[in-house]
Write a protein that binds this ligand. Sequence first.
Ligand SMILES: [Zn+2]
Length: 206
Amino acid sequence: MGSCNIEFTMKNGSFSDVRKKFRSEQEDCEYNDGYSGEINTIDGVTDKLHKIFPDINSAQEWTLENCEKREMLAVRYVSIESTKSKKMKDKIDGLEEKLRKAEKEVTNLREKFNADIKNALSSTISCKKCESKINRSYVNNGACLVCGNLLYSPTMKNRLNAKIEKISEAKERLKKYRADIKNKVDNGSAEKNQNLEILVSGWAAS
Ligand SMILES: [Zn+2]
């Protein structure tokens, strides 16, 4: 039988919270698929909550060096992911999602217009720029085969431009929010040392 690293993290609390969480992790493993998970080979968690590490990596290193096999140690560490940082991250994720959506809408609309031009009932379309008469079935990307001019009607162009404008707005909002965050971090007003979390880590038998 070998051993493997096993760990979980949780929000800051007391050692009795840690014990509760440990028990519920063991129960989750038991009910998973009938096999007991590696966490069930752990005999218990030892309270080392007075130890506070500057980041999760140094906390992991220390616990693995200092625990016995089949034991887990609970320590505290400073988390940059929690509370305010987490809120910032969620907000950025949301803004990025809006940008992707705006870009997707432009792509979809272009594809729709290109198909509309190709599949219209009349077999030819005239280019307003070079005045060529073009067989629609050859037009694949909505552009004139002779001069490259976009064959979209004014209505199509307006609708597309409105969607493109949404992309610029989304990009602008994202850029502004990123700049705001950078300022906050530079000024030190972003929360740092209050963001403690608990790491419970050790060696399980496997
Ligand atoms: Zn043309």
